[in-house]
Every structure is written in structure tokens, then in C-alpha cells.
Write a protein that binds this ligand. Structure first.
Ligand SMILES: Nc1ncnc2c1ncn2[C@@H]1O[C@H](COP(=O)(O)OP(=O)(O)O)[C@@H](O)[C@H]1O
Ligand SMILES: O=C(CO)[C@H](O)[C@@H](O)COP(=O)(O)O
Length: 509
């Protein structure tokens, strides 16, 4: 009998299914884009019926493409975007899906931070509240949607919903619940005092039983087997927070190794041995019990290129060429000079300031499209550098990093990352590092691998290596200092812009 692993990744937009063999070879891929509902500014929700229908479709399509017997799949692992809020009602039926792009709770967070709620949550969860964090959204619902809040029976996140539909089991797991600021991080369990700090002391019963990533959550039900082509009884593991899965799926599994994800979100993470660093950073658990992920994140990465391509380049490229490649090719001809324009990647705000906006600065008549695209790629890398400096200042150092996410596919961008960050970077071979990380955890859960590191060694390959160009180090240091100075100068002006235009802040109706 062959042994294959099915990895699922339920992202903010696309749900993906990939079948791997135990050496990491991809037999088949299927993905399906979901739709977000934005009923009013700041609210980003999805229909759970559509999400589950898409999950079933990608599983069936992937099985068909792979042409294997479903019984040869020995385990299923699921990853998904962290935070947001997915809820079942008191009868276990799908009720609500709020995504992690939601900003309705910005006003509540400002209020909480002023009251010192962050000082109470950080020592326990190693997180301060932020707008689309799960407990923050639950508190927002409790205050602004009391009728809906009363109907909630279970609170968990995207991949837990998929696991629930596959198996009928109501569980969550440690990496996602810690990444959502819902756990006593060091003790790996829910905590009443933490929930009280969020004003949610009465919600302990809404949190489902907690398991570890590689623990078996349940098995595929007969009904789901009929609908998907999977074999009834196939084990489904607890799964992983997608960013942690992507680190594992790009071979980042040891203390001191770094994973940078150039996806919709800018994700910057380093594995550390303990939860206490020299300064506060955002933390989650990793896939094993003894180590932690120091991470600093914000929605300031490839979302910027996606916007530029969507608005200005769609259809303006040759058939068969990725529009992102066509766009980046224009920047390849640009020799970096001190005269180039700069870019701020704050289309969806900045981590430190929800009111921040994106902008190009210093455009001159002799600059062309290529200069602007180069500035955008550089500005996104500066956004990553800002997060990485926070992690480094806290004492989590690293000498090289693995890039993953859509932006790592570019020929040019990884070199800009190496130059801007001043460290060698390599790129994961698999395009689907989230699904691969989930598949590694699934293989570990059924004993195919002794542990996660052995699984990663067996299934992950990295190729393309980029060394920093020492001659450009001073150039990028000077431009990064300018990028930060312009951010500071713009800060009061963004508040004036937000005060006059439509704003997502404080939508309470
Ligand atoms: N060949 C490419 N060159 C540069 N950027 C790319 C390329 N392919 C995809 N991208 C960027 O990556 C983004 C998608 O990243 P991905 O990691 O798949 O998204 P998500 O974070 O939603 O899972 C695209 O919107 C685009 O900006
Ligand atoms: O919680 C999060 C970061 O702390 C995000 O939701 C992340 O999981 C998004 O993932 P993405 O939508 O880029 O795949």
C-alpha cells in the first residue's frame, strides 16, 4: 500500500488541497477562491456554507487529479488563517465567519489599550489586543451584537471549522489558540484570568477542548466520505496556525531559524526556546511543546503588489506570463540609486498605526513605471525589516531566513530582501508551504515520522539562495532611515486624512 498525506490550507481568500508523498513530492493541487462579504466598512465576513462547499470541492478535485485510491491517504492535516472568529451555534451548526482582515474592533482596541488591558493580557498570552484578534472580536460581539452573541456555542478559527465538518468533532489546537491570544502561552491552556482581562470571564464554555497539532482530532465521517471521495475513518489531526505551518513547510523547525512569509500579510518569525525575550514581541507556540515562535506581523506585504497589478497591470501582459512576473520585470532594469522614489506599504494601515496610508514619495519627471515598482518592492521589504528589527531587539537573532508566500516566486524580490535585511535568504521549493506543513504534522501524528523535524527533513526542499550584496548595504540603510523619518512625519497627517474621509473605526451600528 502507498502512503500519501493530504494537506489543506484554508486562507483568507483561497482554500487549497495538496496531496504529497512522504518525500514531499506533490501529486496534485486544487484551490478554490472564496468570497468575502463586506456589509459595512471594516466588516470582513465569509459564508461558512460556501467555505465548506469549497473545501469539499478542492478535496474531490485533488483526489481526482492524483488518481490514487483514497484509502492510500493515511492522514489529513489542515492549516488555516489565524484569528478572525469562526463560530458554531449551541446546536453545533455553522453560525458566523469573521476573517482576519476585519477592522470593526479598532475603536474597542484603542479603548482597551488606554485602559491598560494589554498590560494584563501580555504576561499571560504574550499578546496585546488588536482588531481582528479572536477574543477582541468576541468582546465586540458581546457589546454590539448581544442577540447574536447569545447564540454562540463554540468559538474557534478557520481550520478548526474545516476539521469540525470533516470529523464532527468540536476541538481546537494550541498553535492557533495561542496565536489568537487565547492561551496561557507557557502552560498551553485556557486561562480564566486572561479571559477576564478581555471582559470574557463568562465565555470559558465557548472554547472547545484543546489538543496538540499532531493529535488525532477525529476521523472522516461516512457522510463526508460520500461527498468528497475520501475514505471514511481517515485520521484528521488537530492541524496548525497557517504561519506556523508555513514555517514548518519551508524547513524552519529549529531554534534560531527564521521564516519570512511574503504573502498578503508580512509575517516574520523566529523560533525561540522560551516565552521570555528581552522586550515584548507577539508570540505563539510552535508545533512542539518546548519552543515558541517570536513573530511580528501586519497586512503590509504582497497585498501591495496585488493592488498595483490589479489596478494598473491586469491584462497588460503576454498570455501565459504571470502578471506579477510581468510587473516585476519592469523593475529589474532599475539600478538602485539615492535618487529613487520611496514607498510606504500601508494600504491596510500599519501595525503601529491603524490610520496609516500607503504613498509614493519623491517622484521626479525622469522616473518611470520601473522606478515605482522597484520602490514598492523595496518598501514592502522595509516593512518586513521594521518587524524584524523589533524581533532582533528582543534578542531573537538569526543568520539566514527562508522566504515563502507568493512574493518569494519573484526573480527579483528575494534579492531585494537579502540586500535590505543584510542576511542570506533562500526560497522554499514548494509553492504551498502551509499545506505542506499541515501534511508534515499529519505524517507525524500517524507515526510516519518520529517528530516534526524528521518530517520536515524528509519532505521539505529549499532552492534559490540569495546573498546580500555588500556594496548596497549603506544604500539601503540610508533609505530605510528615510522611510522611517517619512513615516514619522506623515503620522499626524494620516490622522487628518482619516478624520475627513470614511473610516472603518468605530462602526458599531
Ligand atoms: N511571481 C510572483 N512575483 C511576485 N509576487 C508574486 C508572484 N506570485 C504571487 N505574488 C504575490 O503573492 C501574493 C499571493 O501570496 P500568497 O502567499 O499566495 O497569498 P496569501 O497570503 O493570501 O496566502 C499575490 O497577491 C502577489 O502579490
Ligand atoms: O493571524 C494572522 C497573523 O497573525 C493572519 O490571519 C494570518 O494567519 C493570515 O494568513 P494569510 O491570509 O496571509 O494566509
Amino acid at each position: 500500500m502507498q502512503k500519501y498525506l493530504l494537506g489543506l490550507d484554508a486562507g483568507n481568500t483561497v482554500i487549497k488541497a495538496v496531496i504529497f508523498d512522504p518525500t514531499g513530492r506533490e501529486l496534485a493541487y486544487a484551490g478554490e477562491e472564496g468570497h468575502s462579504r463586506m456589509p459595512c466598512p471594516g466588516h470582513v465576513e465569509r459564508d461558512l456554507g460556501e467555505l465548506w462547499a469549497n473545501a469539499k470541492r478542492v478535496i474531490r478535485a485533488c483526489l481526482d487529479k492524483a488518481g490514487i485510491a483514497a484509502s492510500d491517504i493515511v492522514a489529513i492535516g489542515c492549516a488555516g488563517h489565524g484569528n478572525g472568529l469562526y463560530a458554531l451555534d449551541r446546536d453545533g451548526e455553522p453560525l458566523l465567519g469573521i476573517q482576519s482582515l476585519d477592522t470593526r474592533a479598532t475603536g474597542l482596541v484603542e479603548e482597551w489599550l488606554a485602559e491598560g488591558v494589554g498590560e494584563r493580557t501580555y504576561p499571560i498570552a504574550r499578546q496585546r489586543p488588536w482588531p481582528s484578534q479572536t477574543p477582541t472580536l468576541l468582546a465586540w460581539l458581546k457589546r454590539h451584537r448581544p442577540e447574536l452573541f447569545k447564540r454562540i456555542g463554540t468559538v474557534f478559527v478557520s481550520k478548526d471549522f474545516v476539521v469540525n465538518r470533516l470529523t464532527g468533532r468540536r476541538v481546537s489546537e494550541v498553535s492557533d489558540m495561542s496565536g489568537a491570544g487565547l492561551l496561557d502561552l507557557a502552560a498551553r491552556r485556557y486561562d480564566k484570568a486572561l479571559m477576564e482581562a478581555y471582559g470574557l470571564g463568562d465565555c470559558m464554555d465557548l472554547l472547545p477542548p484543546l489538543i496538540e497539532s499532531a493529535d488525532i482530532a477525529g476521523t472522516v465521517t461516512e457522510a463526508v466520505a460520500n461527498e468528497t471521495g475520501l475514505a471514511a475513518g481517515t485520521p484528521v489531526i488537530g492541524g496548525l496556525f497557517d504561519v506556523v505551518a508555513s514555517a514548518l513547510g519551508s524547513g524552519v523547525s529549529r531554534t534560531g531559524s527564521a521564516s519570512i512569509i511574503v504573502g498578503t500579510w508580512s509575517i516574520n518569525q523566529v523560533i525561540v526556546d522560551g516565552p521570555d525575550l528581552d522586550a515584548p514581541v507577539f508570540m505563539s507556540s510552535t508545533f512542539d511543546r518546548t519552543r515558541y515562535m517570536a513573530m511580528e506581523n501586519s497586512a503590509t506585504s504582497a497585498a501591495n503588489l496585488e493592488w498595483l497589478v490589479r489596478e494598473f497591470f491586469e491584462g497588460a501582459h503576454e498570455e501565459g506570463v504571470s502578471p506579477f512576473d510581468a510587473c516585476c520585470a519592469l523593475a529589474e532594469a532599475v539600478e538602485p540609486t539615492a535618487d529613487d522614489p520611496l514607498y510606504h506599504p500601508y494600504l491596510y494601515g500599519a501595525q503601529q498605526d491603524g490610520h496609516a496610508r500607503a504613498g509614493f514619495y519623491g517622484i521626479a519627471g525622469w522616473h518611470g513605471k520601473g522606478h515605482l515598482i522597484h520602490a514598492l518592492l523595496e518598501g514592502v521589504a522595509f516593512g518586513h525589516r521594521h518587524h524584524i528589527e523589533t524581533i532582533r531587539k528582543a534578542g531573537a537573532t538569526f543568520d539566514e531566513a527562508v522566504l515563502s508566500g507568493g512574493g518569494s516566486r519573484s526573480r527579483l524580490w528575494p534579492q531585494i530582501f537579502a540586500d535590505v535585511l543584510g542576511v542570506p535568504v533562500s526560497v522554499a521549493v514548494s509553492r504551498e508551504t502551509g499545506a505542506l506543513g499541515a501534511a508534515i504534522a499529519a505524517g507525524t501524528g500517524v507515526g510516519l515520522f518520529a517528530d516534526f523535524t524528521q518530517g520536515a527533513n524528509a519532505m521539505v526542499r529549499v532552492d534559490r539562495h540569495y546573498k546580500p550584496n555588500g556594496a548596497l548595504a549603506g544604500h539601503y540603510d540610508r533609505r530605510y532611515a528615510l522611510y522611517k523619518d517619512i513615516t514619522e512625519a506623515m503620522t499626524p497627517l494620516w490622522r487628518r486624512l482619516a478624520a475627513t474621509g470614511p473610516t472603518a473605526t468605530g462602526v458599531a451600528a
